[in-house]
Design a protein around this ligand. Structure first.
Ligand code: 13P
Length: 254
């Protein structure tokens, strides 16, 4: 089967539980045309995971993700969230390595490798974020930059493990700025990422991995971006907080 097409919402640190419930209701009860190869994933604040799990329980192809987890199994790590906590809630996905966590919480490629490991050991699929800052794009060294992120956080994995990872390419200069990468820029990087994976793991593994684009995706540009051959959907911030916008983005999946 061809790789999954995915519309993923990243609510970040937004909304009260009441607002979150209303938003979920407004999205999942609107008609969309998900086929068996398409998924919708809501990466939501940790306190709302149980609420959201209940809401989407009957919805085929719809999943809830955590926005983060810790690298240790359990213990004296006040405030952190373990993968065991997530699996005990039935959560199957977690966003890792978002640029905001890399920047504000100093998450390194090596630290993210540890988080990736514990997720895969516990059957949680990571949505691994990568992407370059503006200075790197301006210097035209984005390929090397992203290749290093992939190598240092993912390429110790077996092929079987890597096949469970979802990759999200999010150029930092396009996040929350309204400045989307052009569909050609997105395609170019996604094709590069797939080629880099193929170089290490072979084309079969590379072709099976979903690579999502993130950075100012909205209803107005989703069809164009998702139509690129190596773009398998999106990881959406701001527009995922508006029901009509996110429903249109789901319906833009190819
Ligand atoms: P925006 O869609 O708000 O640019 O955010 C993208 C993002 O960071 C998703 O993880």
């Amino acid at each position: 089967m061809s790789r999954k097409q995915i519309a993923a919402a990243n609510w970040k640190m937004n909304l009260t539980v009441q607002q979150g419930e209303e938003l979920l209701d407004n999205i999942i009860n609107k008609p969309h045309h998900l086929n068996d190869n398409q998924l919708v994933i809501f990466a939501i604040p940790a306190p709302y995971l149980t609420m959201a799990q209940h809401k989407i329980a009957e919805k085929k192809g719809v999943y809830v993700a955590a926005q983060n987890c810790f690298s240790k199994k359990s213990g004296a790590y006040t405030g952190e969230i373990s993968v065991e906590m997530l699996t005990s809630l039935g959560i199957q996905f977690v966003v890792l390595g978002h640029s905001e966590r890399r920047e504000y919480f100093n998450e390194s490629n090596a630290f993210l490798a540890e988080k990736i490991n514990i997720c895969l050991e516990n059957n949680i699929q990571p949505i691994f974020c990568c992407g370059e800052p503006l200075s790197i794009r301006e210097a035209d060294t984005q390929n090397e930059y992203v290749a290093k992120q992939l190598k240092e956080s993912l390429y110790h994995l077996s092929a079987e493990q890597l096949a469970k990872v979802i990759i999200a390419y999010e150029p930092i200069w396009a996040i929350g700025t309204g400045k989307t990468a052009s569909s050609a820029q997105a395609q170019e990087m996604h094709a590069f990422i797939r080629k880099d994976i193929a170089h290490v793991y072979g084309t079969e593994v590379a072709d099976s991995i979903s690579i999502l684009y993130g950075g100012s995706v909205k209803a107005a540009n989703a069809v164009e971006i998702f139509s690129q051959p190596d773009v398998d959907g999106g990881l959406v911030g701001g527009a995922s907080l508006i029901a009509d916008e996110f429903v249109a983005i789901i319906n833009a999946l190819q």
